[in-house]
Design a protein around this ligand. Structure first.
Ligand SMILES: CC(C)(COP(=O)(O)OP(=O)(O)OC[C@H]1O[C@@H](n2cnc3c(N)ncnc32)[C@H](O)[C@@H]1OP(=O)(O)O)[C@@H](O)C(=O)NCCC(=O)NCCS
Length: 174
């Protein structure tokens, strides 16, 4: 799926909203990131990642992000808890041909979904991506991951194809 550039910057009315601070990730966010990511990995349905991350591995990953990486977290203002994150990295670095293409991943705490967290992350990431000369964003979503498909379509992405069979795991071929 790829982004068309037609972003909707307007936030819709929601029954439940939450005040968020969107900021760059820090090494000390590693535990919070893993606390969001590992239950999503464990749930199985949403991501191709199939093994949990340790806090140490995540801290190391954050500490060695490439210069063109963008990694933002959504911190709930009320209590300072990180409730979601979004990361973007170059599609490939072996050629300059793809320098304008970024690959995006978005993860929101399973307990905090549908509160506009991803929407806020998208807005901030789009701005940061333009500043780093990205012109096109790409992501990979399981074909049966309806919430993610809806969230990305809402941001102006479009489905550019379905790879089959691609992801294997948990008894399923997707
Ligand atoms: C996909 C994901 C990031 C969305 O995060 P979110 O914070 O819940 O999304 P938002 O609240 O900003 O929702 C934005 C819009 O996306 C759509 N959407 C999100 N979840 C949806 C759902 N379960 N069903 C239908 N539409 C949904 C809606 O249009 C929604 O706007 P609305 O609430 O005003 O109707 C979140 O569900 C998630 O972390 N899923 C697990 C990880 C994953 O699948 N990541 C994608 C792979 S990179």
């Amino acid at each position: 799926m790829e982004e068309t550039g037609a972003h909707r910057l307007r936030q819709p009315l929601r029954l439940k909203t939450v005040d968020l601070l969107i900021r760059e990730v820090m090494a000390d966010d590693a535990a919070a990131v893993v606390a969001i990511f590992n239950p999503i990995i464990e749930a199985g349905a949403y991501t191709a990642f199939d093994a949990p991350f340790t806090v140490e591995a995540e801290r190391s990953y954050i500490g060695t992000l490439p210069e063109r990486a963008i990694f933002l977290v959504a911190e709930r203002v009320a209590d300072g808890v990180v409730v979601g994150f979004q990361s973007l990295e170059p599609f490939a670095t072996y050629t300059r041909a793809f320098a304008h293409v970024g690959v995006l991943g978005t993860y929101v705490d399973l307990e905090c979904r549908r509160q506009g967290v991803a929407g806020r992350l998208f807005q901030a990431t789009f701005l940061a991506a333009r500043a780093k000369a990205y012109e096109k964003l790409l992501t990979y979503i399981h074909a049966d991951n309806a919430p993610a498909l809806a969230a990305y379509l809402r941001q102006g992405f479009r489905v550019v194809g379905t790879a089959q069979p691609q992801a294997k795991g948990r008894g399923r071929v997707k």
